[in-house]
Design a protein around this ligand. Structure first.
Ligand code: SF4
Length: 402
């Protein structure tokens, strides 16, 4: 089908095929892609509201056995730079988040072999006991798989236990590109194959959880494989309806084993618009200002995004790979309003919570994102000794901690 024909299909609310999407990627000018994506955004969100969430992106550990070659964040087991956050440290981060109007933690971390499911359950229960209304958007599908393997539980049982302890929703991280050829090249097939990632989301949706979905492009994949990724997400969304939003970003190459160059801003806008067109059953698309910067983040609102994501407060993973952008609530709202939209705070379910928090509450400006821990602080949290370790290094350390 030619571009004109596909354009007419999209303008009339029709669904594009993978071949149509490939044709659009290669032949449609960027302004046309943007106009088509913006038309879909306007149909789905006719009130010109652009949402954002105040939450904090906390990485509970950087110790990881997965060793994805695109990741600059992880440290191997036994590394002197490895850390696990203590429960008290996490409570302090929650207190700081609530003071800024925050409503949840986005809690993700490495695949640490020395944290059994009981550690997560105890943490979630402790958070819910102290902060009953506070939400835990936690554990991407590969982490759920890691926990289930470590504790020798099926994925549905692991999810059931984590939900019983306080898990509210699952972030769509670790998807990278949902094509096994690519996953093998990125050394992330072992942590989750494409079908395993999708299966965790299927089980989560069946258990009543809402989740997001992501795509990291611009490394070893072909354009056809990006589109295959989008189509697989669209198929699962047809089946379950459990995804709230989609977020895409470009691979951040600095300090990674894989190396290479970062995709450009225009490539990002092209992929964002194409995603909005293909994912016709996803209610929301987020702008990834944390990888693209605030200015491209703002432009995203004309290329299909209806949400500015999170104010983040803290960030460790993207920063480790060389990108460090910060926008607090004031700056996010300024960018939304300057683009002609109405800013509203939301929760993970995209329910509107209200107008900008800083307009009625006296909150400090945040001009730099916090980190998990101060540089060089690898202190051991006291409660860690209560849990069974798997690695030889950690078994020894825990014995010493008794
Ligand atoms: S991307 Fe996640 S799973 Fe992969 S090495 Fe980094 S922390 Fe580990």
């Amino acid at each position: 089908m030619g571009v004109d024909h596909i354009e007419a299909t999209v303008r009339h609310g029709g669904r594009v095929t993978a071949d149509d999407a490939l044709e659009l990627y290669h032949r449609a000018p960027l302004p046309l892609l943007g106009a088509l994506a913006d038309g879909i955004r306007a149909r789905k969100h006719p009130d010109r509201i652009v949402t954002y969430i105040i939450d904090r992106n906390v990485n509970y550990t950087n110790v990881c056995v997965a060793r994805c070659n695109f990741c600059a964040f992880y440290r191997p087991v036994g590394s002197g730079e490895g850390y696990v956050l203590g429960f008290e440290e996490i409570f302090k981060k929650i207190d700081e988040t609530i003071a800024l109007g925050g409503v949840q933690l986005l809690l993700q971390g490495g695949h640490n072999p020395d944290l059994p499911i009981e550690w997560y359950e105890d943490l979630f229960r402790a958070v819910k006991a102290r902060y009953p209304e506070f939400r835990l958007h936690a554990l991407s599908p590969p982490e759920v798989i890691h926990i289930s393997r470590l504790s020798q539980l099926s994925v549905p049982v692991a999810i059931e236990r984590l939900v019983a302890a306080g898990l509210d929703s699952i972030p769509g991280g670790g998807a990278e590109i949902l094509v096994d050829r690519v996953r093998k090249l990125l050394n992330c097939y072992g942590k989750a194959s494409a079908s395993e990632w999708l299966d965790v989301m299927r089980h989560a949706h069946r258990a009543g959880l809402r989740t997001t979905a992501t795509m990291m492009y611009g490394h070893v994949e072909r354009v056809e494989e990006r589109i295959e990724h989008l189509v697989r997400l669209r198929e699962l969304q047809d089946e379950t309806g459990g995804f709230t939003a989609f977020i895409t970003w470009s691979y951040q190459p600095e300090h990674t084993e894989l190396g290479g160059d970062e995709a450009t801003g225009l490539e990002y806008l092209r992929m964002l618009a194409l995603s909005r067109i293909v994912l016709d059953n996803f209610p929301s698309l987020q702008a990834s200002w944390v990888t693209q910067g605030g200015k491209v983040g703002q432009l995203s609102l004309a290329f299909g995004a209806n949400d500015m994501g999170s104010v983040m407060i803290e960030e460790n993973v993207v920063r480790a790979a060389g990108a460090s952008y910060c926008m607090d609530e004031v700056e996010i709202v300024r960018n939304i309003e300057d683009a002609g939209f109405v800013p509203k705070r939301r929760n993970m379910h995209y329910e509107i919570l209200g107008n900008p928090y800083f307009r009625t509450e006296n909150v400090p400006r945040v001009l730099e994102l916090a980190v998990a821990r101060a540089d060089g602080d690898t202190s051991r949290p006291p409660e860690i000794n209560r849990y069974a370790a798997r690695s030889a290094a950690e078994k020894k350390a825990r014995l010493g901690g008794r």
